[in-house]
Design a protein around this ligand. Structure first.
Ligand SMILES: Cc1ncc(COP(=O)(O)O)c(C=O)c1O
Length: 430
């Protein structure tokens, strides 16, 4: 019985000192997880490299950790690239993803000299070729392939299969290859796939690896294209609740590498360099969110609502993906959890429910709730709905907490609106 301690810090004290809602991340855990991935991939096999999918969580501190640990970086927008540039992230280790890159974003990628563009269509490849010519450079390209397999995850987290907007079918890739190979200012270095997110086992990944290896073999024999990179995406699941039981990350990675090595040996092909790009695995369990209970209301026969001071703006995942989380009452840690409670967010949306029907100790106004495993796609998806400021991030290292990202202010919520007495600028520079 007592207070919930997260990586050496009393979470009730963090809530008091830094206010709520509050994201708390453990830098030690992030580093440990990066090292686990590297030890079973980059350091275990030759020509294997891990990129972090920055969409999962991107701050200056995160970039510093990634640079210290020697990881690569995936970006999907000019904004993510901008932050990486500001931090002097090694440009050759950046891959620029996205199914709908703007001309401006491509130009920024070319100017910075990103290591690779991961392209989603033939049109995008020829646009990059044209723009690279104008910049007098040659761009490295990976083609994103839709392997057509569907993993077992929420439909909004599936990025492969019949209805996805991502990638080209293997057939379309083969048809496009001759044209791509003639383009003077792009160099196609291989293929990419990402089957989806939050997968609990390796079956979809392995099925996709099989499809991509077959494509590599056929592209070689039919159109004379030698792929020297295969990017196998991310998607390695984490346990949000006790019922989520993902296989260990070594299971995903080891099985994919083995499959690639066996196939290549059998077919007399040099195994391509391999890339993985985990996001959630590295940061998900490394973060929690602290809230204060603002209201408690019993709806007889329905549930007991505990309204908190955050919700959809700091974590839209329950609304987007029906995501389920676990939580504890931080100031009543270890007390019997004998009440079913629904933790309700504060927005004017019926769908703004943080957790439905979770067993907790009796909850009162002023209690601090810690929602667990919120390190991935929470801060990065945060928004200002209901003009709610984005919470601060406190980073813990060696048991010491410090502000990593400060809380947004009310004034910042209106910083883009011209003052009432001024003329609005007609063109806005970013
Ligand atoms: C292309 C690509 N790579 C990697 C990732 C990271 O996935 P995860 O965070 O599930 O590892 C994503 C996430 O959607 C993605 O779209």
């Amino acid at each position: 019985m007592g207070n919930f301690i997260f990586h050496g810090c009393d979470t009730t004290e963090l809530a008091r000192e830094f206010g709520t809602p509050l994201y708390v991340v453990s830098e030690d855990e992030i580093t440990d997880r990066i090292r686990t991935v590297k030890s079973c991939f980059d350091e275990k096999y030759e020509r294997c490299r891990t990129h972090f999918a920055s969409k999962a969580f991107l701050t200056r501190d995160m970039l510093r950790i990634l640079m210290d640990e020697g990881l690569g970086l995936d970006v999907v927008s000019g904004g993510e690239l901008y932050l990486a540039r500001r931090m002097n992230f090694p440009v050759e280790r950046i891959a620029f993803h996205g199914n709908s890159k703007t001309v401006r974003e491509i130009s920024e990628g070319l100017e910075y000299g990103v290591g690779k563009f991961v392209c989603d269509s033939l049109g995008e490849i020829s646009l990059i070729d044209e723009m690279a010519r104008a910049h007098d450079v040659r761009a490295n390209i990976l083609i994103r392939v839709n392997p057509g397999v569907e993993g077992n995850t929420h439909r909004h987290m599936l990025t492969s299969g019949g209805r996805t907007k991502f990638g080209l079918s293997p057939e379309a890739v083969k048809n496009a290859m001759p044209a791509c190979m003639k383009m003077a200012n792009v160099s196609i270095s291989g293929f990419h796939f990402h089957v989806g997110s939050q997968l609990m086992d390796a079956s979809a990944h392995l099925a996709a690896v099989d499809v991509l290896l077959e494509l590599i073999r056929e592209a070689r024999s039919e159109v004379g294209f030698e792929a020297w990179i295969l990017d196998m995406g991310g998607g390695f699941g984490v346990p949000y609740t006790a019922s989520d039981r993902p296989i260990p990350i070594e299971g995903f990675i080891g099985a994919m590498v083995k499959r690639a090595e066996e196939f290549c040996a059998l077919n007399g092909i040099k195994r391509p360099d391999l890339i993985i790009e985990p996001g959630r695995y590295i940061v998900g369990p490394s973060g929690i969110t602290l809230y204060t209970v603002c209201s408690v209301k019993e709806v007889p026969g329905v549930t007991l609502y505990a309204g908190v001071d955050g919700g959809y703006p700091d974590n839209p995942r329950p609304a987007l993906y029906e995501a389920v989380y676990d939580a504890v009452v931080a100031n009543k840690y270890g007390e019997p959890a004998d009440r079913k409670v629904t933790i309700a967010g504060k927005c004017c949306e019926s769908g703004d429910i943080v957790i439905r029907d979770i067993a907790l100790p009796p909850v009162e106004r002023g209690d601090v709730i810690a929602v667990l495993c919120t390190g991935a796609y929470n801060y990065s998806m945060a928004n200002n709905y209901n003009k709610t400021p984005i919470p601060a991030i406190v980073a813990i290292k060696d048991g010491c907490p410090r502000i990593s990202v400060r809380r947004q202010t009310y004034a910042e919520l209106y910083a883009c609106d011209p003052p009432p007495d001024s003329k609005a600028p007609s063109v806005q520079a970013v």
